[in-house]
Design a protein around this ligand. Structure first.
Ligand SMILES: [Zn+2]
Ligand SMILES: [Zn+2]
Length: 348
């Protein structure tokens, strides 16, 4: 018997147990999302603190790649400080800072700890060229810088989790229009990550398999939600999409820790990230977006071998309103199958 077509469908996340609502009845044609009214966010170059970062009061870079993509030693580079493609800077307005590692202390009935860690900014040279416009080489350098800083930060004493993310556009929370990513090393493992880790651990105990590998296997067999793939990485609109045109990118071979990727894996992953962002840019008329890496914690008592690191891209296709805030259930206004089919066909 053919399954009845209903207006909407609730789908349950295999990892977190959360439900999402896929609203088929309200589903729009995919290209309608390209016409959504957007506030263009562009600050003038002359006011931009990332054009000549050190002259604008930023500290010396922690990492520099020159225009040819070569890693530079700071003492050599500072004689010719205009030659850069990428710089990693300490954040001028850090949300978390240097300090002494300490345990929590009590304040009344509450637990409190100092915000010890580090907050860095990764900037690329061009004022308007966000990663959706990058060449293959440029994306390799960006992801390579993420990895290099991750490896440096994970050796610090208090660091438990390192969050790497990119906000593009005002609606995505960027305060500066100049393209920049951020890296925050923090002394706790955040709740969202804990829930995913807990979910994947539980699944592993019950099934002796990585829950993400099971999802990947099904996506690769079903094919309906795949956007782009190469030998080692794959991008798809997840079956449990929390927003219209959400994309997840996974390494195809099981791997828990982002920082352990080798050069070839990094290249393949970067290609899939680059093409996914370019497809969003071309298919949805350059939307604002966030992307971030989810990876196993740096130091913990547990071995997170059952976790599978990945990147999530969330284009700003909707806003959290009363229902979402009141229930935590997100409504996706297009079926991920339709979103993926549309993006798959976008030429970049
Ligand atoms: Zn700029
Ligand atoms: Zn896996």
């Amino acid at each position: 018997m053919e399954k009845r077509q209903f207006l909407s469908e609730l789908r349950r996340d295999l990892v977190t147990g959360d439900w999402v609502l896929i609203a088929k009845g309200r589903a729009k044609r995919p290209n309608v999302f390209a016409d959504l009214k957007k506030e263009k966010f562009s600050q003038p170059i002359r006011l931009c603190p990332f054009e000549a970062p050190q002259k604008s009061g930023n500290l010396d870079p922690l990492l520099v790649y020159d225009r040819k993509g070569r890693r530079k030693i700071f003492s050599e580079w500072k004689d010719n400080p205009t030659d850069w493609f990428l710089q990693v800077l300490p954040n001028k307005f850090p949300a978390i800072g240097q300090g002494v590692c300490e345990d929590t202390h009590e304040v009344g009935p509450y637990l409190v700890m100092d915000g010890v860690g580090s907050h860095e900014v990764v900037i690329t040279r061009n004022h308007t060229k966000h990663p959706g416009y990058f060449s293959g080489e440029e994306m390799n350098l960006l992801v390579g810088a993420y990895k290099e800083r991750y490896l440096a930060l994970m050796t610090r004493e208090c660091v438990k989790y390192i969050s790497i993310f990119h906000n593009n556009g005002r609606a995505a929370g960027a305060s500066l229009s100049h393209p920049h990513s951020q890296i925050m090393a923090i002394p706790i493992v955040p709740l969202d990550i804990r829930r995913s880790l807990g979910g994947s651990e539980k699944y592993y105990q019950n099934h002796k398999k990585c829950v993400h590998c099971v999802m990947l296997e099904w996506e690769i067999t079903d094919r309906k939600r795949i956007i782009f793939e190469n030998e080692l990485a794959i991008a798809f609109c997840p079956f449990i999409s929390r927003a219209a045109f959400e994309i997840k990118i996974f390494p195809k071979i099981h791997q828990s820790y982002f920082e352990k990727i080798n050069e070839n894996e990094l290249k393949m992953f970067s290609e899939v990230l680059r093409i996914s962002l370019a497809k969003l840019r071309c298919g949805l008329n350059d939307p604002d977006y966030n992307f971030y890496i989810h990876t196993a914690p740096v130091k913990d008592e547990v071995d997170w071998h059952h976790y599978h690191w990945h990147v999530e891209i969330l284009p700003k296709t909707g806003v959290w309103a009363g229902f979402e805030l009141g229930t935590g259930i997100e409504i996706s206004t297009i079926e991920p199958e339709k979103a993926a089919e549309y993006l798959r066909k976008v030429k970049v």
